[in-house]
Design a binder for this molecule. Structure first.
Ligand SMILES: NC(=O)C1=CN([C@@H]2O[C@H](COP(=O)(O)OP(=O)(O)OC[C@H]3O[C@@H](n4cnc5c(N)ncnc54)[C@H](OP(=O)(O)O)[C@@H]3O)[C@@H](O)[C@H]2O)C=CC1
Ligand SMILES: O=C(CO)COP(=O)(O)O
Length: 310
């Protein structure tokens, strides 16, 4: 099975390494490399995109113009939301290539740990089980367990929404608010992610699995996470511009937060934690005042029978 990986950033490189470890022939394409996009997509069985969200629509358009075999399985490993359409990356791929099987790959996968050969697990999700299984077999090894799942949207949204929460948790740690506060924040963020994700069409159980809770725990508990680093830097009094200038790689949560707030307003979904992250990123609140706003919220039962309530 021939694999082409689009994007030679941290995640694309780690996934290329995992496939090569399994003996899979891999071509890695990046816009600055020597391999042309035409040659990269020619005769590939699996085309995996690890391009950051901002580059997905442009790359999809280029591949549409070149033409892609309808038999090629497309794998989206991007965790973001498109600012123009408010869509997920796999939706953009599906709209452009409706004949092709689409698989989402997402999980608690800090690229650096995978590059270091540490054990980990992920989810490959598709409405076409055989496509998910083919992708599983490309990446699964004794260092990387790959689970299949039939809910690509829920899998993708879990990986995307946790980036917003990782910014909030970075703030919490940057302000040295303690382990109790951090545990409360992550735990209360979970129903928020479930509320948004299920409203948008993901299945509830998916958000409690590897691609939901699993990825939230990884990203919120590691200083390797770029999104966590954004929150941490803001809590130290840096401006967003200063934080982004010094960041190694992409922190999708910044763009995702802005897109999420537009979605939440349009769909009337209550997102109290994400709303404070939005206000912080847009200079409408200080980190300290964001904490006060969350602590001052009306007291309520921990669980509502109606999950749409916060
Ligand atoms: N790093 C991680 O641990 C993980 C990351 N992800 C997700 O994977 C995605 C990529 O992350 P990561 O690899 O870390 O980010 P990086 O910043 O390291 O790499 C981003 C990649 O996207 C490419 N790219 C950006 N814009 C364009 C464009 N217009 N056309 C073509 N290529 C483009 C970059 O190319 P160039 O180098 O030429 O700029 C680069 O290869 C993100 O959505 C992230 O959330 C998911 C799981 C783990
Ligand atoms: O998605 C990730 C881990 O699963 C990587 O997180 P960051 O993008 O915050 O580094």
């Amino acid at each position: 099975m021939n694999l082409t990986v689009l994007g030679a950033g941290a995640w694309g490189s780690a996934l290329t390494g995992l496939a090569r470890f399994n003996g899979c022939p891999v071509q890695a394409w990046s816009r600055h490399g020597e391999l042309t996009l035409g040659a990269a997509i020619d005769r590939c069985d699996v085309l995996l995109s690890a391009i950051s969200m901002g580059g997905v629509p442009e790359t999809v358009r280029k591949i549409q113009a070149l033409g892609l075999s309808p038999h090629t399985v497309i794998v989206s490993a991007t965790k973001g939301l498109d600012a123009a359409t408010l869509q997920t990356p796999s939706h953009i791929w599906h709209d452009a290539f409706p004949q092709n099987p689409i698989v989402v790959l997402s999980g608690p996968n800090l690229a650096k740990e995978i590059e270091d050969g540490l054990p980990g697990a992920t989810v490959v999700a598709s409405v076409q089980a055989t496509a998910a299984q083919r992708v599983r077999d490309v990446f699964a090894s004794d260092r990387f367990r790959v689970y299949t799942n039939a809910d690509p949207l829920g899998t993708e949204l879990g990986g995307t929404l946790k980036n917003v929460i990782a910014i909030a948790v970075g703030v919490c740690d940057g302000l040295k608010l303690g382990t109790n506060a951090k545990s409360a924040l992550i735990t209360r963020a979970l129903p928020e992610v479930v509320r948004i994700g299920t409203h948008l069409g993901g299945q509830r159980d998916t958000f409690y699995g590897l691609s939901g809770l699993g990825d939230m725990l990884a990203t919120c508990s590691s200083a390797l996470s770029r999104n966590y680093q954004v929150g941490y830097g803001l809590a130290q009094g840096k401006t967003l511009h200063q934080v982004m200038e010094n960041l190694q790689g992409t922190a999708e949560g910044v763009n995702t937060t802005n897109v999420l707030m537009r979605l939440a307003e349009r769909e009337q979904i209550s997102v109290p934690i994400s709303a404070q992250v939005y206000r912080l990123l847009n200079g409408l609140v200080t980190p300290q005042d964001g904490v006060v706003a969350l602590m001052d919220r009306e007291l309520k039962p921990e669980w509502w029978a109606d999950e749409a309530k916060d």
